[in-house]
Design a protein around this ligand. Structure first.
Ligand SMILES: Cc1cc2nc3c(=O)[nH]c(=O)nc-3n(C[C@H](O)[C@H](O)[C@H](O)COP(=O)(O)OP(=O)(O)OC[C@H]3O[C@@H](n4cnc5c(N)ncnc54)[C@H](O)[C@@H]3O)c2cc1C
Length: 433
């Protein structure tokens, strides 16, 4: 390590950037400044207080196999705050008749199901880490192409595609015809071999508790966080934000992929653009006069709707807030609404209200919308990355004093953000030793 402590600049104060900052500072060998464009840190971790409960609008479900995540929560002494999500039914509405079913009632054809699993076994048996998937394993196929290639006839492909699409888009991922299998299959593997999607936990005090603890630790360890500082230009090791310039020995890029910025960082790449795009969603909490019912008396936790591309905006998932947060939020739902042909930035509060009213009336005509409680416009909801782009970023890791972290590098998730942040920090420390 140099006699003078290297000063690391980190662009982006989401989970990836903050985890990296914390791990770097823990080493005691470097100085760190984080630049965050927004007034507060957190990125796609956003909790809001509604009726005294901490409701999550961004990432919140923590799976048991999030090893780097659990390690971080243990180090921050918040692992004991995690609570298992209630085992209430997860419902799927896959046809136009609004018939809600649980996964075990989906009419997957048995012979084709065996075929898909047999053909997929070799592909998914061997581990492909969430945060660093094997980019070549699915030969560049999208999920749809992969599913269809695993079946001899295309007759029954529809139900698998529809189900996969409903689940993934309900979680705000891209469609099966866009999303590459290499990035999503590591999640399928874990779900299949290590528990169903209900084996998750969450922070009842909101996932923002992770961000709050990281910010506190970073500050206590002598790190600096500069919010409201969007990095707009990069020249070598100098970061520019409006009229301010910040020069660092090493820079870690942990912000969302912006083609312009990445063209500067990876100038040798001819085809960076459009190798990583993002889905666009609104997340809206609404108070209804009663909790929606789906023809079942069993308590439900979430309902997922099959995507319909002909609709410009569509509710793709509804979370029953009282199932997670208790009776204070009885009748409240959190909606994930996909925006197909207009940007979230162009949408006013009035339009959000109009879209939520229209969509809720369509789905639940007998219920009354009492109040729009909160909403978040997600411009960069979930990344849809191409293998070639991620490979280029992997190849550039550590070159020219540039490092990279963020959920676009793997299966987009809290785990990938934390793991890539930790790994980048380890690499920076090793390279400076
Ligand atoms: C609605 C929703 C639900 C989700 N649910 C789950 C879930 O249940 N479980 C799960 O595992 N994952 C979930 N996720 C995904 C998870 O939240 C993300 O994968 C993770 O938070 C990404 O962290 P990150 O640090 O990579 O990116 P971000 O959180 O996006 O952080 C990037 C940061 O960089 C900042 N930035 C961007 N450009 C600049 C710039 N030029 N200069 C300075 N700063 C900049 C941004 O403001 C942001 O704060 C969900 C995401 C969303 C949106």
């Amino acid at each position: 390590m140099n006699a003078i402590r290297p000063h690391i600049g980190i662009v982006g104060g989401g989970l990836a950037g903050l985890t990296a900052a914390y791990r770097l500072l823990q080493s005691g060998m470097v100085d760190v400044t984080v630049y965050e464009s927004m007034p507060t840190c957190g990125g796609r971790i956003q909790s809001r207080t509604i009726r005294s409960e901490h409701v999550d609008f961004g990432g919140f479900l923590i799976y048991p196999w999030y090893t780097e995540g659990h390690k971080l929560f243990t180090d921050l002494h918040i692992d004991t705050c995690l609570v298992q999500t209630p085992l209430d039914d997860i419902l799927y509405i896959l046809d136009e008749n609004d018939h809600a079913i649980t996964e075990d009632a989906v009419a997957f054809p048995p012979k084709e199901t065996v075929k898909i699993w047999t053909k997929s076994l070799l592909k998914i048996l061997q581990k492909s880490p969430l945060s660093e998937p094997d980019l070549d394993r699915f030969n560049g196929k999208t999920i749809s192409e992969y599913l269809r290639s695993a079946l001899d006839t295309q007759e029954h492909a529809g139900i698998y595609e529809t189900f996969f699409d409903t689940v993934s888009q309900g979680y705000c991922y891209g469609s099966v015809t866009e999303t590459k299998a290499a990035f999503m299959m590591p999640i399928v593997r874990q779900v299949k071999f290590h528990g169903d999607i209900r084996s998750t936990s969450f922070f009842p005090q909101g996932s923002a508790t992770v961000i709050d603890h990281l910010v506190k630790e970073i500050t206590a360890l002598g790190g600096t966080i500069q919010c409201s500082t969007p990095i707009t230009k990069i020249d070598g090791h100098t970061l520019q934000s409006h009229d301010h310039h910040f020069t660092h020995d090493t820079i870690l890029f942990a912000q969302n992929v912006s083609p312009d910025l990445y063209r500067t960082i990876l100038p040798d790449l001819p085809d960076v653009d459009p190798a990583c795009t993002y889905t666009q969603f609104l997340t809206v909490a609404v108070a209804l006069n009663a909790t929606p019912t789906f023809g079942t008396s069993k308590p439900w936790g979430a309902a997922f709707y099959a995507p319909d591309d002909s609709m410009p905006e569509q509710i793709l998932s509804v979370i029953n807030a009282s199932s997670l947060y208790g009776s204070a939020l009885a009748g409240c739902v959190v909606l994930n609404i996909v925006l197909r042909d207009r940007s979230p930035e162009s949408i006013t509060d009035e339009s959000i209200s109009a879209i939520a009213h229209r969509e809720l009336t369509r789905l639940f005509p007998t219920l009354i919308v009492e109040e729009i409680l909160e909403s978040v416009r997600w411009k960069n909801t979930m990344p849809i990355a191409q293998e070639s782009f991620v490979q280029s970023v992997r190849d550039a890791q550590g070159k020219n004093g540039y490092y990279f972290a963020g959920d676009f590098l793997g299966a987009p998730s809290i785990e990938t953000a934390i793991a890539t942040g930790s790994r980048a920090a380890e690499r920076i420390i090793a390279d400076h030793s």
